[in-house]
Design a protein around this ligand. Structure first.
Ligand SMILES: [Fe+2]
Length: 361
């Protein structure tokens, strides 16, 4: 990216390229210098105390020389800025990815064969989860911790009060309804935690012969439908703080949050839904009424067959789900010999995203 002119206004400079005119603050420029007294050359971390830069700092001279902006500041220090580096700083070098929203009719399930795993495939798996919110990986070893063969290529498993990789199996004294044969309505996992687990790895070692299919729904697509067609409900769900709690003898977890979270640019960044653990906080009747009506509409969309994809996992199949986006559920099952056996692991968002970025760039 070439800058074509620079104009020095002392406390700011005006930089031009063919698309934009940037008014750049002098101290901002000083902080972004790559001079070795300012930033460590290896880590690119700041060495000076930015808050103690001379408040009267100004630009003494500014000129362009080939692909470099040369600045002399009022403290007589000289700094050179490569155009590409400067442009990335001006436009913020955040990783941007594409999201494809889907419903039953539009999605083609992204599938991978773990027997052929290599770095390219790992990158594709992570990108599929980033793009669609999920993918299916076949032929994961059908051993107790077989799912870790893939997870360990991405990063460490998140530990919770239940440990690391955990059983999903019908047991007598179930501490969670997951551990029964009953159907599980679509939900996101553990909204009572902060931060909530970023990703779910659900590995089938053995499935029931009758029932037990997984359902998945694109929460971002559902949120978009709400935003486009039921704006008032969307506004309610993005502003009303509800409450989730999990409590047993040894754990007390709670989180106050919205069913649909937006970032500061009003993009949807997280959808939550967990009927089992929600406790709506007390509020004025009108606000509760609005929330209940909006949540009812959200639930209608979440259970709508048009939005649900059913996947019956075969032994060895692993589903990877973005728990900030995709809701999942399970059909009831019959399993006279109690053979259905799934294992599940969680991963933190930063760990997964870090691997995605290092492989995808
Ligand atoms: Fe779940």
């Amino acid at each position: 990216m070439n800058f074509t002119s620079v104009k020095n206004n002392k406390k700011t400079i005006n930089l031009k390229n063919k698309n934009n005119n940037y008014e750049v603050n002098a101290q901002w420029l000083y902080e972004h210098s790559t001079n070795s007294e300012i930033r460590d050359n290896y880590t690119n971390q700041l060495l000076i105390e930015a808050a103690e830069i001379d408040e009267h700092l100004y630009v003494k001279s500014a000129k362009i020389n080939k692909n470099i902006l040369q600045i002399q500041f009022s403290d007589n220090s000289k700094h050179s800025y490569q155009f590409d580096y400067l442009y990335n700083q001006l436009e913020s070098e955040e990783f941007k990815s594409k999201k494809c929203l889907w419903n039953k009719a539009s999605i083609k399930i992204p599938k991978y064969n773990f027997l052929l795993i290599n770095e390219k495939m790992l990158s594709d798996i992570l990108l599929s989860v980033e793009t669609f919110g999920f993918c299916l990986v076949r032929n994961i070893p059908r051993t107790k911790n077989g799912l870790n063969e893939l997870m360990k290529l991405i990063g460490p498993v998140k530990k919770t009060n239940w440990g690391g990789i955990a059983d999903v199996k019908n047991i007598k004294k179930a501490y969670d309804l997951t551990m029964t044969t009953r159907a599980l309505e679509n939900h996101t996992d553990n909204p009572y935690r902060f931060p909530t687990q970023g990703y779910i790895f659900l590995h089938c070692i053995e499935n029931a012969s009758i029932g037990g299919e997984n359902t998945i729904v694109d929460g971002f697509n559902v949120a978009k439908i709400l935003r486009d067609r039921h704006k008032q409900f969307f506004n309610t769900l993005t502003t009303f703080n509800t409450f989730f709690r999990y409590k047993d003898e040894n754990a007390w977890l709670e989180n106050k949050c919205k069913l649909i979270e937006l970032d500061d640019m009003n993009n949807v960044i997280q959808v939550r839904y967990n009927n089992r653990t929600e406790l709506i906080p007390f509020d004025k009747n009108k606000k509760i009424d609005n929330y209940i009506n909006a949540r009812r509409k959200l639930w209608d969309l979440i259970k709508d067959k048009k939005n649900n994809v059913r996947i019956k996992q075969r032994p060895g199949d692993m589903l990877i789900l973005d728990n900030y986006r995709v809701l999942h559920g399970r059909g009831a099952y019959k399993d006279t010999k109690n053979r259905r056996y799934f294992r599940q692991g969680y991963m933190d968002r930063d760990i997964f995203q870090s691997k995605l970025k290092t492989l995808a760039i």
